[in-house]
Design a protein around this ligand. Structure first.
Ligand SMILES: [Zn+2]
Length: 197
């Protein structure tokens, strides 16, 4: 359990992680804080966008759409591994998920199967949307996977979390399949290895 980093500290941590960061508009003040609480934070959530094209992907994640206003995450990781900051604070990315999963993340234990949608995840997770069609065929370039690994590890290191604080949307909310095309177990292993370094 931890208070969220300030936007400035968040930016600093990502830059220290040696990823290319692009600040999009007034990202540091673009959020849904008027709709509910932001924090305490417990982990990092990874998503895929079901979009293609970096520009369009970043725009959608910043603005959202009528039924789901943006920001839809904090950072968008495009296929080239660039991290585009589109929002900071409460964001519409995690939705309702499983309270038992949240308890497991907090305790950094193995995750139970997500079978309930009873807990506000937008309050508790940093969120990264990753440009991919999500069809299991669209490739995940190494540069993109490495950027996911680096940002997740940077946040974990800041908060003193292990790789077990990094989860996929599919592990949080019943019915979700993202990210598809790599396993969260493999990504957690990468984060674990990076945290050792
Ligand atoms: Zn998602």
């Amino acid at each position: 359990m931890a208070p969220p980093m300030s936007a400035g500290r968040f930016l600093e941590r990502l830059r220290e992680a040696d990823v290319t960061v692009v600040e999009v508009g007034d990202w540091a003040h673009h959020n849904r804080n008027h709709k509910g609480p932001w924090g305490p934070v417990h982990g990092v959530m990874i998503h895929h966008t079901v979009t293609s094209g970096s520009k369009r992907t970043v725009e959608i994640c910043r603005d959202g759409y009528t039924e789901l206003p943006g920001p839809l995450c904090h950072g968008v990781i495009t296929k080239d591994g660039v991290v585009h900051l589109v929002g900071y604070g409460r964001a519409n990315h995690a939705g309702l998920g499983d309270d038992e999963v949240l308890r497991a993340v907090i305790a950094e234990k193995a995750l139970p199967h997500d079978n309930e949608a009873n807990t506000d995840g937008n309050r508790h997770f940093y969120g990264f949307e990753c440009e991919n069609l999500g069809d299991g065929k669209d490739p995940w370039p190494e540069a993109q996977l490495e950027a996911i690994e680096k940002v997740a590890a940077a946040i974990c290191r800041h908060h003193g979390w292990t790789e077990r604080s990094v989860i996929g949307h599919l592990e949080w909310q019943p019915g979700k399949v993202d990210p598809k095309g790599f396993t969260m177990a493999s990504m957690r292993q990468r984060v674990r290895d990076r945290l050792k370094g």
